[in-house]
Design a protein around this ligand. Structure first.
Ligand SMILES: Cc1cc2nc3c(=O)[nH]c(=O)nc-3n(C[C@H](O)[C@H](O)[C@H](O)COP(=O)(O)O)c2cc1C
Length: 342
């Protein structure tokens, strides 16, 4: 057959023979059982093309343009290691047009020494960057009549807004944790009367129930980050840090609401123009895709721990990790529809 080049399908191609051999040897390990089928989605191969390298999922969140509906949830700042982590996370958000919440910026209220750990605006370009503070500090600032320190902090970070994390159980588990003395609802209400930038409220791994969600929806906030149960859990984390026996505390580690449950609660309430970061236990891209599709209000998928490992290594590792994440999300969007009964 002079003049004909080999195609990848030539029977003598090494790759093809290897693949055919793999098929035979791996078959015994490759059966599924019907109970493992993912019942959340209808699978529609007839309408599918594989996503191209430059394909995006354009959306608007909090008035910002996103190329993919992902949010890097609040994690770190204030220690040596967080400088590189935040820088890498911010670069990712800048390159792929995502949004980012900083980890608790509490240390900046006392001193500007660690300001550089959080000062990542230049890497993000126009993408949203939100500062972060715990409710306990909000309460302290309220009592000291010093909300202006928070406004200055948001300003100095060139942040677009502020996330307040509401974490009573974490504080309770935390050795020397803060105690809440005032009703969070009233303190937050008062803060909102004094604020000119968007505010989000979040939990840190236990989510929130219907009464809290309903009350938050009545406030002039921009949105809610779920911080739901099912992923990183700070009550558990703090209990691991503690030497206390805590026999009576431990059951509280398992208290809370999954993102799935919170989305159902929110869908039954008037969300009043609020937007949502669906976070807490998005273990796979399909979890995020399912809940984003399910929630009627505008949302992005928030993840924290999944970014942490690669962000500690270097930017290339984090970027590679994200390329796989966004490809999986695009495949899901093209080939999976939420079943009607979901
Ligand atoms: C290392 C680490 C540090 C975190 N620090 C903060 C924080 O400072 N402020 C905050 O609001 N949430 C913090 N969180 C909680 C996350 O933002 C998120 O709500 C929670 O981890 C659930 O996300 P995941 O299941 O994807 O990890 C932290 C999470 C991790 C993993």
């Amino acid at each position: 057959m002079m003049g004909m080049s080999k195609t990848p399908y030539s029977p003598d191609s090494f790759e093809v023979s290897k693949r055919k051999m793999d098929h035979i040897t791996l078959t015994p390990k490759s059966t599924t059982s019907v109970e493992t089928v993912d019942m959340r989605f209808d699978y529609e191969p007839l309408f599918f093309t594989h996503p191209g390298d430059h394909e995006t999922w354009q959306s608007t969140f909090l008035g910002f343009e996103f190329n993919f509906p992902f949010w890097v949830s609040s994690m770190t700042g204030g220690i040596e290691k967080s400088h590189l982590i935040n820088q890498n996370l911010a670069k990712l958000c800048g390159e792929f047009k995502l949004g980012m919440g900083l980890g608790s910026c509490r240390s900046l209220l006392d001193s500007k020494d660690r300001h550089a750990d959080f000062a990542v605006r230049k890497y993000l370009g126009k993408q949203p960057l939100f500062a972060n503070i715990g409710y306990a500090q909000l309460e302290e600032l309220f009592q000291a009549n010093k909300f202006h320190l928070l406004h200055e902090m948001v300003d100095s970070l060139e942040a677009n807004g502020l996330i307040i994390h509401l974490n009573p159980l974490q504080e309770w588990f935390q050795p020397k944790g803060d105690k809440f003395k005032l009703s969070p609802l009233n303190t937050i209400k008062t803060f909102l009367e004094n604020v000119s930038y968007p505010v989000l409220i979040k939990e840190v791994g236990q989510g929130m129930g219907p009464k809290s969600l309903k009350a938050l929806l009545d406030l002039p906030i921009a949105g809610i980050e779920l911080g739901a149960f099912g992923g990183t859990n700070f009550s558990l984390l703090e209990s691991l840090r503690s030497s206390e026996e805590a026999e009576f505390k431990k059951p509280f580690i398992h208290v809370g609401h999954s993102a799935h449950e919170m989305v159902e609660i929110l869908n039954a309430l008037p969300t009043k123009g609020k937007e949502f970061i669906i976070s807490g236990g998005m273990k796979t891209i399909l979890d995020g895709y399912e809940l984003k599709t399910k929630l009627s209000a505008p949302s992005v998928i928030g993840m924290a721990s999944t970014f942490l490992g690669p962000a500690q290594k270097n930017y290339e590792t984090l970027r590679e990790h994200f390329l796989q994440m966004k490809e999986a999300l695009l495949v899901a969007k093209k080939i999976l529809n939420l079943k009607e009964n979901q």
